[in-house]
Design a binder for this molecule. Structure first.
Ligand code: S3P
Length: 197
């Protein structure tokens, strides 16, 4: 069995990180490369609510959205076929979500600098947390709060500034191979906290 086939048989790959880090784009690359389905937690929540994220925030409030994120994670844990999961940028901020994310599979933090976020999301109106003035300041402050949480949640951190999705996807796959080999040497299964750190 070659490396790619071995990954097929394993758990979900979960992408976390800030808005504009490239989770969906990199997720699509991984999805094609591994022939796995890509599931996007924001899209799942929108489909379930019949509203856009912006509408959910406006009508039901952020807390309701965060509760929906936790519910979606529970649903993903029940899926047997391994998939690629692209998460909303605030997903790891709830402690219970952090535990749930690590139990889902191999968690990868796509790290991005504030300047890159602002460049990539210039003109975007779909993210309620970045609405209004002084977007740069908002991005900086949120990233300052969230950066350590993303790092603590992830099995692997990958820098994305100035890099294309293919290169990032390749780095994730080699990280995954290393994690699996280490795990096999230890004779570990892949249940909770499958990959250690
Ligand atoms: C959010 C990120 C968004 C979306 C919502 C809240 C956040 O997802 O879930 O607007 O709190 O960072 P993306 O990271 O896919 O933009």
């Amino acid at each position: 069995m070659d490396g790619t086939e071995r990954i097929q048989a394993e758990r979900h790959i979960v992408l976390i990180g800030f808005m504009g880090a490239g989770k969906s784009t990199v997720g699509r690359w991984l999805s094609r490369k591994l022939s796995r389905q890509l599931l996007d937690t924001d899209a799942m929540i929108e489909a379930g609510a019949g509203m856009t994220i912006r509408e959910i925030f406006a009508v039901r409030g952020e807390d309701a959205f965060r509760a929906a994120e936790t519910e979606v994670l529970k649903g993903l844990a029940a899926r047997r076929m391994p998939v690629i999961v692209s998460t909303g940028g605030g997903m790891p901020m709830r402690a219970e979500n952090r535990t749930a994310l690590r139990q889902l599979g191999y968690v990868v933090y796509l790290r991005v600098k504030p300047e890159t976020v602002c460049k990539r999301l210039a003109g975007d109106t779909t993210r309620p947390l970045l609405a209004g003035n002084d977007r740069q300041q908002k991005v900086k402050e949120l990233l300052r709060q969230r950066g350590p949480v993303y790092e603590e949640t992830a099995h692997l951190t990958v820098d994305t500034d100035g890099r294309g999705p293919e290169e990032i996807a390749e780095e994730i796959l080699s990280g995954l191979h290393i994690a699996y080999s280490r795990q096999e040497r230890k004779g570990g299964g892949h249940n909770n906290e499958a990959f250690g750190n």
